[in-house]
Design a binder for this molecule. Structure first.
Ligand code: BGC
Length: 952
């Protein structure tokens, strides 16, 4: 045996030995340590919350205790010298949201932490790897930098759109000594790119995000230690209007008196570079009156209208040392606005999350080509091409083509969505817009002298950079495509805020869309930081009367009225996002803090609703004061309309229920009881008001007259609709016996409609879950797999690569049959079916907050699907569930993370046929408990990998 083979064999034996040892000793080890949801982040919280996952081989492993150590240096922590906090051994199975309770941390201080765990037998595990967090600038006094900027509005070309050029800002400064470390703290009202010595800092787009800038502005922090050098350094920035001063929403379309500059007239920057020298001394470079400014290559930039870049005007080396800025103007300095908070950006930054290769290029006219990326997405293009000095290319973006191959842009309405690039004419030039994005699959390029090679254009998919946590696949190709469409549509619409669509002149944080989609989003990505931000936006945009708005952020005019469109106020099913989205974060991420912080706002909203009720029922005509009357209702439903007050009452009940649960969780029992009591009043009121003796739901349709002023009011209103039953069942407003009747009516309605749905945004989300909870999973599967109008499958067979606003936004035989003015091809609301796919097809459902206790209850039957599998990385770890049906045998494959208790359902009546990991279930020492139930067996399992076989 040669030495190499000897080593190989011995190391293999060691591996086996230590693996066995691991199982035998069964230790559990913490991994994936996060502080406030992020790995090694900057935070502003004095008491950030710490979370981890656990790894451990074998079965039924759980944590009985943990110990956290926090130290001011890695070195100290390695020696177990926790000079900031030693939690000591704490009993319990908590693995997340544990508040730091040590010594106070100074702003700018990075601290280091590690954790170890004891298993269920009190066996001690290993210390985790060391992770860290750094306190940013929680205190306003930490800021010396000033807001700086310049008004260039007078330089905007006289054209249809008012688009001033971007100001370029620079400052040269000497750093006298050897640098140890440096941080950049940076914020802008509007958007910025920041450069140090010619290098762009960070890969982030659209910082500092969209907020109600009058109340709150965000900053980001970057470690720039290796970007600076002793001696001369240059700091540069380019600014753009963004959400702060650019065009927003459909203001132009609806003829609003104000169409742009909703928060300010031009962008401003505030930046502070803090340098720590090796000798311990410090130095700051701040934005102030010493900065110089000029214009440059970016002649226009706007989210809705696009970007124009004239490379001939790039001030060469403006961001490098020794550039002559004597001709540049002095910048202007602006005061802080009173009451405007400056806080750390809570979400993850918008970044390029995927690069797409062009699939094809087609010539459609002289010099005009269409590039197809094969996927509807939101983002930008990256151009790499050689051109002559002064040659220009014009890029227009569209989601679809007309049958003649030309670009369909009708659905963009007043969004010009056009970029222009003018060549400077030296070697190959590379360019990508900085301050805009488009929703598209196709790009029309005008001005090409000849057909370029396909790789001249790359698609850059932009999205808030959230960790992907879900996976889904099945034996149905249409469903797999549908899942991909859901993922892409979420990415395209989770750009700083959750938007309705990324392409037309809207892109607003519509609250109804966000709330129906919320749980679906959680199964796809770690949305906690993203929604932590948006829930704050919701609170900031709460109306003085307590109502949450229909979209958020919500710019208002001096009269306090919606500035984009005066009638945008509140609506049932939309405004409830303030409660529902907060609840979803609380539930999925075991986040109590968000409940505590949101409580005053949520209470105010609940009081607003309560004032509109009588006997627990949202009084008829109680939302007559909004436009459209009664609110948006079951938006985009097909067929008979569900009465808006019935829907509003169901939502009011649901919110009371969620409030009671949240209040109980944070220990406010009095409030919890109040909400519970109110929910009972609503329940009774609902039955009295909306239910016939037979359990059939009704409404007083005469109240709506000829329906004028209501959304599609001419169709009349009813209570006996799929949407009404689906919401009633989902919300829990019905007594048990009424649930059975509602389930029967819902099934009948689906059958009577040729097994097709009639639901809109509010009705579709609960439809499949309600069918399943009332024993009609066969119908849920039928609706899901349908490829006929109206269904999601219909979109897929008509070529969709994303979720569409309407079931038939486009059809292969009829083309664009709808008013192209409201016909988005990237609208996630109907993607809310993802919730059912994860909770009912894969069967992964939270029993306790944060998925520490779960159900694995897939709906399995002769429903046309024989195989489904997927996973969800929850707050408690990665959960896997899959099942395959073959020749009378069912194989369920389940993976339960350490410290999680799962109640798994096997759809058979007898235990005799069930085997777990090859052993009969009745005599199986890894099973915690077994319970026979009607038509199924419930098996309690702890952590581990399981293969459950049964005869069906
Ligand atoms: C948006 C929707 C939104 C709706 C309000 C539309 O223009 O695109 O998704 O919820 O308005 O009904």
């Amino acid at each position: 045996m040669n030495l190499h083979t000897f080593y190989k064999i011995t190391s293999f034996c060691c591996l086996v030995f230590f693996s066995l040892l691991n199982i035998a000793f069964g230790q559990i080890n913490p991994t994936y340590l996060r502080t406030e949801y992020k790995v090694n982040p900057f935070v502003e919280e004095a008491k950030p919350r710490l979370s981890w996952e656990l790894e451990g081989k074998g079965f039924n492993k759980s944590q009985s205790a943990y110990q956290i150590m926090v130290a001011s240096s890695e070195g100290l922590l390695e020696k177990n010298k926790a000079d900031l906090w030693d939690s000591k051994k704490v009993s319990g199975n908590n693995t997340n949201q544990i508040e730091y309770s040590g010594k106070s941390i100074a702003s700018g201080q990075r601290v280091y932490w590690k954790v170890k765990a004891w298993d269920e037998k009190d066996k001690e595990g290993k210390w985790s790897e060391i992770q860290s967090w750094e306190l940013a600038k929680p205190d306003a006094n930490d800021w010396q930098a000033k807001w700086i900027g310049i008004d260039l509005n007078h330089l905007a070309e006289k054209a249809e759109y008012h688009l001033p050029p971007s100001p370029y800002l620079r400052k040269q400064a000497n750093l006298s000594k050897k640098i140890k470390s440096a941080r950049l703290y940076i914020s802008s009202l509007g958007l910025h790119n920041f450069y140090i010595n010619g290098e762009k800092i960070g890969k982030d787009f659209f910082a500092s995000g969209w907020t109600d800038y009058n109340k709150r502005v965000y900053y980001n922090v970057y470690d720039v230690s290796d970007k600076l050098k002793a001696g001369e350094n240059v700091f540069g920035a380019i600014l753009s209007n963004g959400w702060y001063a650019g065009y927003l929403g459909y203001a132009l379309l609806v003829g609003s008196p104000q169409v742009k500059q909703f928060y300010g007239k031009f962008p401003l920057l505030k930046a502070q570079v803090e340098v720590q020298y090796e000798d311990g001394s410090k130095e700051q470079i701040i934005t102030d009156g010493s900065w110089k400014t000029s214009t440059g290559a970016i002649l226009e930039s706007d989210f809705l209208e696009g970007e124009k870049h004239d490379a001939r005007l790039e001030p060469i080396d403006w961001d490098k040392v020794d550039f002559d800025d004597s001709k540049w103007k002095n910048i202007q300095v602006f005061e802080d606005k009173p009451g405007q908070l400056l806080q750390l950006y809570p979400s993850n930054p918008v970044r390029v999350v995927e690069e797409l290769k062009a699939k094809s290029i087609k010539k459609i006219a002289e010099g005009k080509y269409i590039v197809d990326f094969g996927q509807n997405f939101a983002g930008n293009i990256h151009l790499k091409l050689r051109g002559k000095l002064g040659d220009s290319l014009v890029f227009r973006y569209g989601e679809m083509l007309f049958p003649d191959g030309s670009l369909m842009v009708d659905n963009l309405r007043k969004a010009r969505a056009t970029d222009t690039y003018i060549f400077k004419g030296d070697k190959v030039e590379e360019w990508s817009p900085s301050f805009t994005f488009h929703g598209f699959q196709f790009v029309e390029i005008s001005g090409l002298k000849e057909e370029p090679k396909l790789d001249f254009l790359t698609g850059l998919a932009l999205s808030s950079d959230l960790d992907q946590v879900g996976h889904f696949e099945s034996d149905n190709a249409m469903l797999n495509q549908l899942y991909s469409n859901i993922i892409w549509t979420q990415r395209a619409n989770y750009i700083d805020i959750p938007t309705d669509c990324p392409q037309r002149d809207e892109r607003l944080g519509w609250t109804g869309d966000a709330q129906v989609y919320m749980r679906s989003a959680i199964f796809n990505a770690d949305v906690a930081p993203f929604h932590k931000k948006w829930i704050q936006d919701l609170h900031d945009s709460q109306w003085p009367n307590g109502a949450y708005p229909v979209y958020s952020p919500m710019p208002v005019n001096e009269q306090g009225v919606a500035a984009i469109r005066a009638s945008d106020a509140f609506s049932p099913g939309w405004s409830e996002a303030g409660i529902i989205c907060t609840y979803e974060i609380f539930k999925a991420y075991n986040d109590h803090r968000i409940v505590r912080e949101s409580l005053p706002f949520m209470n105010k909203f609940m009081a607003f609703l309560k004032a509109r009720t009588k006997d627990g029922v949202l009084k008829e005509k109680s939302f007559e004061d909004v436009n459209p009357k009664g609110g948006f209702g079951d938006w985009l439903s097909v067929g008979e309309k569900t009465s808006p007050d019935l829907l509003a009452t169901t939502y009011y009940f649901y919110c009371n229920k969620l409030m009671a649960e949240m209040c109980r969780a944070i220990g406010d029992l009095q409030l919890a009881n109040d909400y519970e009591k109110e929910s009972l009043t609503v329940k009774n009121g609902f039955k009295k008001h909306y239910m016939e003796e037979s359990g059939r739901l009704k409404t007083n349709s005469a109240l709506y007259g000829n329906g004028e002023g209501y959304v599609e009011g001419q169709n009349g209103f009813a209570g006996h609709t799929q949407t009404a039953y689906a919401n009633a069942l989902y919300s829990g407003i019905l007594n048990e016996e009424d649930q059975i009747l509602a389930g029967k009516f819902l099934r009948e309605l689906v059958e009577a409609n040729d097994n097709k749905l009639t639901t809109g945004f509010l009705g579709f989300k609960p439809l499949l879950p309600a069918l399943t909870s009332s024993g009609s999973s066969d119908k849920a599967y039928q609706l899901l797999q349908s490829t006929e109008y109206p269904s999601l499958g219909y979109e897929v067979v008509n070529g969709a690569t994303s979720i569409w606003e309407r079931w038939d936004s486009f059809t292969k035989d009829k083309g664009f049959i709808h008013n192209a003015a409201m016909n988005s091809f990237s609208h996630y609301a109907f993607g809310s079916v993802n919730e059912w796919m994860f909770e009912n097809m894969l069967g992964i459902k939270a029993k306790a907050n944060g998925y520490q206790e779960i159900y694995i209850q897939p709906e399995i039957g002769n429903y046309g699907i024989n195989k489904a599998s997927g996973s969800f990385r929850s707050m408690a770890g990665n959960i896997k569930s899959g099942w395959t049906k073959t020749n009378g045998e069912l194989i369920q494959q389940i993976e339960i993370p350490v410290n999680v208790k799962a109640f798994c359902f096997v759809p058979v009546t007898e235990t005799a046929s069930i085997q777990i990991n090859g052993e009969p279930i009745d005599n199986n020492n890894i099973v915690k408990s077994i319970k026979k139930m009607e038509g199924k067996v419930m098996v309690e399992l702890g952590s581990g990998n399981y293969t459950i076989k049964s005869k069906i």
